[in-house]
Design a protein around this ligand. Structure first.
Ligand code: TNX
Length: 428
């Protein structure tokens, strides 16, 4: 019945009527902060929890039962502490109201991180007061007040908001606003209007580092989370190899080659964030991020355990299991993505074992909603559901057998649909 499946369930015959007030609450210090225990018997629903988050998750379980809760007991708690969803609001802007709605939908699934991909080649979506042209050239964006509202709404539902400011690639929108950040300041770029990997990167000047420090200053003030994501993915070194001034900087900085500039910039950001008491997280491609920085492994499933051996904390996000922008079935046509991610593949994402000495370094897992091909909130919901339900079972760590999941999923989707949530096709 419940998604994600609780860890232990013992059902007895009979049902108790559920009203919000009839629940007897208590705290149990032996439980973890996100754990809860439900005991339901004739006339009483008892909800014991290790902390406010556990109580919230117990309430989510109760509300999935609806008005009649079966007699019995449930002992429950998560496997992973980072149970994330990433929403790309840069390729297509998503209105604040939808972000709040998505917070509700993920919190019900006991997910607890929403990463907002705020900047990319195609748009810069966060107001930066010191550098207003960033959003002026990009159109729709969130103001500081919007962000404060999103952050506090999410906190009430035990969802952390992790901001992502992508660099040193995926920055064409920033270069369109401030050409002096690029390798060819004389050239006027536009905010990019197609998909793919733009060749343009940040230059290697101290003034550019200073500019992004200003940006991160405002980011850190707005987002209380411990982590700030700085992208780092799909950065082409071509401009640093071609431009005389970049070559000179590569020599001055003593970098082993232009390709190392990406790691240099990321390391400067990590230093800065550490001064502000924050941690940097970046997209993992190869072993070249700042030493010890937390990373998200988006390529193959093996890179997660590999990164832990470099001494990194890791959020697993392998694209063939967690990119819900991929279609459910292979599509045809000139622009159709060439990858699929079926419901069953999402469900069978089995986080790999890590070597003993790296235990504890897997922080958790994250599902991605890149929006190149999702112009509207309805599109995002249709791509997210039902696969996010499968992902929630992986993240909570209680995935059981797939036919059992499908049996619980059907009534669950019917309830979501009755509330107006747009659901994609259910293709097992
Ligand atoms: C790869 S994953 C990207 C994104 C795209 C996505 C499309 C990653 C770190 N970069 O820029 O939106 O593929 O599926």
């Amino acid at each position: 019945m419940i998604i994600p499946r609780p860890r232990e369930v013992a059902v007895l015959g009979g049902f108790a009527a559920h009203t919000h007030d009839a629940v007897r609450l208590s705290r149990d210090p032996r439980l973890g902060p996100e754990d809860y225990r439900l005991s339901v018997s004739d006339g009483a629903i008892e909800l014991a929890s290790g902390g406010p988050a556990g109580e919230f998750y117990g309430r989510q379980t109760l509300s999935q039962f609806g008005e009649a809760v079966p007699y019995g007991t449930i002992g429950d708690g998560p496997r992973f502490g980072w149970r994330g969803v990433m929403l790309d609001v840069a390729r297509h802007f998503m209105p604040k109201e939808f972000v709040l709605r998505l917070v509700d939908l993920i919190a019900e699934l006991k997910l607890n991180v929403l990463q907002l991909h705020l900047t990319d080649d195609q748009g810069w979506r966060l107001e930066i007061k010191r550098h207003p042209r960033l959003t002026e050239v990009s159109g729709d964006h969130y103001t500081h007040d919007d962000i404060r509202e999103i952050v506090s709404y999410a906190a009430e539902r035990f969802v952390r908001i992790v901001p992502e400011i992508g660099l040193p690639g995926h920055v064409q929108a920033a270069l369109a606003a401030y050409p002096h950040l690029g390798n060819d300041p004389g050239r006027r770029l536009q905010v990019w209007d197609s998909w793919g990997i733009s060749e343009h990167t940040l230059n290697l000047e101290e003034s550019t580092i200073a500019f992004f420090r200003d940006v991160l200053d405002e980011v850190v003030d707005l987002f209380p989370d411990e982590y700030v994501h700085v992208g780092g993915d799909e950065c082409l070194p071509g401009e640093w190899e071609r431009t005389p001034r970049a070559q000179e900087r590569v020599r001055e900085l003593g970098l082993p080659g232009a390709h190392a500039a990406r790691a240099w910039i990321t390391a400067r950001m990590a230093e800065y964030l550490a001064d502000r008491g924050r941690k940097l997280v970046y997209w993992y491609e190869k072993a070249d991020g700042p030493p010890g920085a937390t990373t998200m492994t988006w390529l193959d499933e093996e890179s997660g355990p590999l990164a832990t051996l470099e001494g990194r904390d890791v959020v697993l996000a392998p694209h063939l299991r967690t990119y819900f922008d991929y279609p459910l079935v292979l599509e045809e046509g000139p622009f159709a993505p060439d990858r699929v991610l079926s419901l069953s593949q999402a469900y069978h994402f089995d986080p790999p074992p890590v070597p003993e000495r790296a235990r504890g370094r897997i922080l958790g897992v994250q599902a991605q909603l890149w929006t190149e091909y999702m112009p509207t909130p309805s599109d995002v919901e249709r791509q997210a559901f039902p696969r996010l339900c499968a992902f929630a079972e992986v993240a909570w760590g209680s995935a059981g057998d797939y036919p059992d999941f499908l049996r619980r999923l059907r009534p669950h989707l019917a309830r979501l649909e009755a509330r107006g949530v747009r659901i994609g096709p259910l293709i097992p």
